[in-house]
Design a protein. Structure first.
Length: 86
């Protein structure tokens, strides 16, 4: 996720590994931005990330800020995502 490559449906769809890029939540394509900021299936995990980021910064933080200033919190968020379920 940090590099824009990974198990997102949009990325896998691009290479014809997945039939559809749409997220399981049915809101939009499952991109990294969608998973970080919008997917309603990840509200609980995002709430923890948001709380941790807000201690030392602002939410929503852009991806560069997440990587440079909140990497531990971002990695915990990523590890909490069950990509097989999404």
């Amino acid at each position: 996720m940090l590099t824009g490559h990974g198990k997102t449906r949009a990325y896998l769809h691009r290479f014809k590994i997945r039939e559809s890029a749409q997220c399981v939540c049915q809101q939009e394509d499952q991109t990294i931005d969608h998973l970080l900021y919008d997917c309603n299936l990840l509200e609980a995990q995002r709430g923890i990330l948001r709380k941790n980021v807000a201690k030392y910064g602002r939410w929503p933080a852009d991806k560069h800020e997440l990587i440079t200033s909140h990497l531990d919190s971002l990695l915990n968020y990523i590890k909490s995502i069950d990509f097989d379920r999404l």
